[in-house]
Design a protein around this ligand. Structure first.
Ligand code: SAM
Length: 374
């Protein structure tokens, strides 16, 4: 996709309003503020569109078109953008995603470059602070067992693993690959390497609802924090329909028949997951009601695609090409200004500025989750 302000008016459910900052000037702050008063401190960096699985709610059977190698951000470019983000723009959390981050052979180098840049950025921007920027990764864990030691040594702090079911047949059908055992091996390796708490993300689907309690039992037994997320219209095949969305209420009904669930609120106000204590704790289960209860009002994310464009919203189509700036010799200040301008135009919710937007209406995005980076 060309990294330009496309402003595509095609919308699921509502008109997209032009994201015009209007007459209101951007306040003179170095932070990534937007027109709705939110501040982005959480950076998601996609580093590839390649993946070892083909989850039906995310990827087409043949996979996504691969980004040519020379268009992917290099470890040096990622390090430079992380450095600008932490030192100049107030980024405090970094998460690598894709595609599947483990598909990059240079992942250790990428994490290492990000760690150095983040630590140097913190030392420059907040020299008296003991705060350390957290570097995490969202992964399907395939092959993680062989690389987790090197990734931790490079500076990785946390891993979220995507796992929708512990039923081997259901896993193979959903991911189009018979690799459940390898995923479980990866999770065990992450735990053994001290990456606890490992969070497990499960997309809530009609076909996984019956196995949801088994998945929770597995997570509790292995000390993992499980969170279910409602399926969003981000599948590459465009098959999503609102009618197929399994609601949080349905899930609570299924889990409640095996476990005692007590509402425990949210980790912090901007956390997307609402938590429940499982059998009085300490284990918890979370639900991210991304469709039925929009949490855009607290969104603190800024996203870089694998090609180095910044996206302010999962569902917005507007992208600003930071990698082109880097390659054309821009200074850190120029890159930072372009990033700030992109975030100032962040839509209010689900890719739209419409105030009457229903929680389950989404602007139609040209990229699927795997192409943006979830
Ligand atoms: N390959 C990595 C993984 O499996 O975690 C990272 C990329 S994947 C796109 C990131 C997250 O997006 C996963 O947790 C996945 O389940 C989630 N995801 C993908 N498509 C989704 C959809 N349509 N709705 C909700 N979540 C989705």
């Amino acid at each position: 996709m060309a990294a330009v302000a496309l402003g595509v008016p095609s919308v699921r459910g509502v008109p997209r309003r032009a994201a015009t900052p209007g007459g209101r000037p951007r306040p003179a702050t170095p932070l990534l503020v937007d027109r709705y008063g939110r501040v982005a401190r959480d950076l998601r960096v996609s580093i590839t569109t390649a993946c070892s699985l083909r989850c039906t709610y995310c990827m087409p059977a043949e996979g996504l078109p691969l980004v040519p190698r020379d268009e992917l951000m290099t470890p040096e470019e990622i390090g430079r953008l992380v450095g600008i983000g932490v030192r100049d723009l107030g980024i405090r959390d970094i998460r690598f995603t894709g595609g599947e981050p483990l598909m990059r052979r240079d992942l250790e180098e990428i994490i290492g470059a990000a760690r150095t840049a983040a630590d140097d950025g913190m030392a420059a921007s907040a020299p008296t602070s003991a705060e350390r920027v957290r570097i995490a990764m969202t992964s399907n864990a395939l092959g993680l067992d062989k690389r987790v030691g090197a990734l931790v040594a490079a500076g990785l702090d946390r891993v979220n693993v995507s796992l929708d079911t512990v039923n081997r047949e259901a896993f193979a059908t959903l991911t189009r690959r018979d690799r459940l055992d390898d995923v479980l091996k990866g999770i065990r390796a992450a735990l053994a390497a001290g990456l606890a708490p490992v969070k497990i993300n499960a997309v809530l689907l009609p076909e996984t609802l019956t196995g949801a309690a088994d998945l929770l039992a597995w997570a509790v037994e292995h000390g993992c924090n499980l969170r279910f997320i409602e399926e969003m219209p981000l599948d590459a095949d465009g098959q999503w329909t609102r009618d197929d969305v399994v609601s949080a209420a349905d899930l609570l009904g299924v889990l409640g028949s095996r476990f005692r669930l007590t509402p425990a609120g949210r980790e912090d106000p901007s956390a997307p997951a609402e938590e429940w204590l499982v059998d009085d704790g300490p284990a918890t289960v979370g639900i991210i009601a991304s469709v039925t209860r929009s949490f855009c009002g607290a969104c603190d994310r800024t996203r870089l695609t694998a090609e180095g464009t910044v996206r302010s919203c999962l569902f917005g189509n507007e992208e600003t090409d930071l990698k082109a700036l880097l390659r054309n010799g821009a200074t850190d200040d120029e890159v930072g200004d372009a990033w700030r301008a992109a975030m100032w135009a962040k839509p209010r919710a689900h890719g739209s500025d419409a105030v009457e937007l229903a929680a389950d209406a989404f602007a139609q995005t040209e990229r699927s989750m795997g192409a943006i980076g979830g």
